[in-house]
Design a protein around this ligand. Structure first.
Ligand SMILES: [Ca+2]
Length: 494
């Protein structure tokens, strides 16, 4: 009876369709950090649909990206191969197609997650930003068009260049000093309301497309990947989202002026200097929070559509992840490109019908490379040999289930010659930089990583244990393969 009852309930909800496989709704969010209400709950943040998702999934509250940059993180998720084996630690631009197959020998024949599902009877549809691309570099994308049955729009240009942009005042007219990050007057690093309704914005259109995908009747189970671009910069969403966060109510994140005194120099303090000099900190925070609530709304639309679609409700695995965390001035840093918890930790929610203990939260360490084998196990697919991750199904069934694997996030800083690595267990975080500098934090007592405890003799065994999570011979940094047919300079020669 113990086993029969869930089965009866499951069958009464509609049961498995003829193909006997669950659908997969795979939601990628760009640059979303832990400010959402089911994680750290930044004061005033409004994310009701993330809460709704948390109630119907397991919240992996100690999940980490494999690399703290879009391209490297996304290739790692979609192939299951960690940067310490692929050598892809950084962003690389100027691609049209899966150039990462030539950036890294290990990835040359890697099977993309969506392709793996296709190989096992799924229909794979993708839209928006799954592999790396940017709103302001049209036709620069590392998507693999071969890995999908269909893609929204041009798979080599997943973020259409017709996305709206606001009317902006040039920096000098706005009284801002020269030196805005990403170029003067470029306004890429900025926040401004769009004078268009939600319906005309890029992510909304991607979600419209995803909703249509759900409605279509197919004989095959569906692997539906939806890549949302906000809250990536530029922080441009319609005005009602800004109105939710009046400037005078904005709270800055917890921070200390001298926080970098015992920490590695991330090389990006000039961004923070410009922000503070120009009194833009609150304004940019407002734009980031507005963008988070906008994307929360898009998540709500996806959940509504799933629940309204016969055959999907009760029979769809949901996974939602962000490609890395984000700094809004913490440690005098903006964006990502670091190895602290603020950059490395990501939202990760997984629902598996009849399996996940929905509503639970766990601090068992997870790396986003674990998503690939987890989805394979849930859908009854073999795990390809290329995969470095370890399935999280045990933690889905029991969020307290023992897990010895540490979370590993790797990056090579611009001014260093070898990669750096951050390792997390349930409580501590150890970072070993390419220049030999080390940091150790106790997240339980010091969640903002203010105090580097590396010299505390009592914690020497902790350091040794966490350091064991760094492989002895990580792959060297992959170099840009200029001779790749997927390099944009070579496109005319094909
Ligand atoms: Ca990103």
């Amino acid at each position: 009876m113990r086993f029969l009852l869930p089965l009866i309930i499951f069958l009464s909800l509609g049961g498995l369709p003829a193909h006997g496989k669950p659908h997969v709704l795979f939601i990628a969010i760009d640059d979303l950090n832990d400010y959402i209400s089911p994680l750290d709950n930044h004061p005033g943040v409004q994310t009701p649909h993330f809460e709704r998702l948390a109630r119907r999934s397991v919240n992996f509250a100690n999940a980490h990206c494999a690399a703290p940059v879009c391209h490297a993180s996304r290739v790692a998720i979609m192939t299951g191969v960690h940067p310490v084996r692929s050598g892809i630690y950084r962003n690389m631009f100027g691609a049209r197609g899966p150039r990462w197959r030539h950036e890294s020998k290990v990835l040359e024949k890697a099977v993309v997650l969506s392709q793996h599902f296709r190989n096992h009877g799924y229909h794979a549809a993708g839209g928006g930003k799954i592999f790396h691309t940017l709103q302001w570099t049209p036709h620069d994308s590392q998507n693999d068009p071969e890995a999908w049955d269909e893609y929204r729009g041009d798979p080599n240009n997943p973020i259409a260049p017709d996305w709206p942009r606001p009317k902006l005042t040039p920096d000098e007219q706005a009284g801002l000093t020269k030196g805005r990050p990403l170029g003067g007057n470029s306004q890429l690093f900025g926040a401004a309301p769009l004078e268009v309704p939600d319906e005309k914005t890029g992510d909304h259109m991607v979600v419209d497309w995803a909703i249509e995908q759900m409605k279509q009747q197919r004989k095959k189970p569906l692997f539906l990947a939806v890549g949302l671009f906000r809250p990536h910069i530029p922080w441009e969403v319609p005005k009602p989202w800004f109105d939710k966060y009046p400037l005078e109510d904005i709270k800055l994140p917890p921070h200390r002026e001298d926080d970098l005194a015992d920490a590695h120099n991330h090389g990006r303090t000039h961004w923070h200097k410009w922000v503070v000099e120009n009194r833009q900190w609150e304004k940019l925070m407002q734009g980031y929070l507005a963008s988070i609530s906008y994307v929360d709304h898009q998540l709500g639309r996806l959940l509504d559509a799933l629940d309204a679609t016969p055959g999907m409700k009760g029979n769809t695995i949901i996974v939602l992840w962000s490609d890395h965390g984000f700094h809004i001035g913490e440690k005098a840093n903006w964006e990502k490109f670091a190895l602290w918890d603020q950059t490395s930790r990501v939202p990760l929610f997984i629902h598996a019908p009849g399996i996940s203990r929905d509503g639970a939260k766990t601090r068992k360490p997870a790396t986003l490379t674990d998503v690939y084998p987890t989805l394979c196990e849930l859908a009854g697919l073999p795990v390809p040999e290329q995969c470095d991750g370890l399935s999280l199904v045990a933690q889905l069934r029991d969020p307290d289930a023992k897990r010895e694997r540490l979370a590993l996030c790797s990056f090579q800083f611009w001014h260093e010659k070898i990669p750096s690595h951050g390792v997390a267990d349930e409580r501590y975080r150890f970072i070993r930089y390419g220049n030999g500098f080390e940091e150790l934090y106790d997240l339980q007592n010091d969640p903002h990583e203010y105090e580097n405890l590396i010299d505390d003799p009592k914690l020497a065994p902790v350091k040794t244990r966490l350091a064991s999570g760094i492989p002895p011979n990580p792959a060297p940094l992959a170099v840009l393969p200029k001779d790749s047919p997927h390099h944009r300079a070579n496109q005319g020669k094909r």
